[in-house]
Design a protein around this ligand. Structure first.
Ligand SMILES: Nc1nc2c([nH]c(=O)n2[C@H]2C[C@H](O)[C@@H](COP(=O)(O)OP(=O)(O)OP(=O)(O)O)O2)c(=O)[nH]1
Ligand SMILES: [Mg+2]
Length: 137
């Protein structure tokens, strides 16, 4: 039996880490897919866009912060089949940014210790990422 191929969607995301080792997660707003779940900030890479440029753009749009490319460290990635697409999502780490993190598009923000991340419901694709963060931090 041949599987119906799903379109691969490239999404870039970041774990912002503060000086106390807490990670920023953001609540997806009503009206969006996976609404109410907590996610790592980020979004879809547009055609022709470099992943790092996409992430810098998303962080500006979503959180109002400026991040320089040299502060984005590739960490791990998620590869997860949703019903209608296959998500490929590199997760970067970032410990330096300019500006104050503000929820411009999300329903809420939380700075969370890695061992407490499991208290926040996240999309299924994120579960392995959370485990890696717990190991790292
Ligand atoms: N940003 C982000 N997206 C995630 C995570 N986990 C996960 O399954 N996703 C999925 C949800 C969405 O289907 C897709 C990212 O879409 P998005 O809604 O953030 O995309 P975007 O910021 O470009 O927003 P839009 O313009 O498409 O509305 O990836 C995560 O931790 N962070
Ligand atoms: Mg987004």
């Amino acid at each position: 039996m041949t599987e119906t191929p799903l379109p691969i969607v490239l999404v870039v995301a970041v774990a912002l880490i503060d000086v106390d080792g807490r990670v920023l997660i953001a609540k997806r707003p009503e009206g969006k897919k996976l609404a109410g779940l907590w996610e790592f900030p980020g979004g879809k890479v547009e055609p022709g866009e470099r992943p790092e440029a996409a992430l810098i753009r998303e962080l500006r749009e979503e959180l109002g912060i400026e991040v320089s490319e040299s502060c984005l460290a590739p960490f791990v990635f998620a590869s997860h089949a949703y019903d209608s697409f296959h998500l490929l999502m590199p997760l970067y780490l970032c410990r330096r940014w300019d500006g104050v993190v503000t929820a411009r598009e999300h329903a809420g923000l939380a700075w969370v210790r890695p061992e407490k991340l499991s208290d926040y419901p996240m999309p299924p694709a994120d579960e392995p990422l959370v485990a890696w963060l717990r190991d790292l931090l």
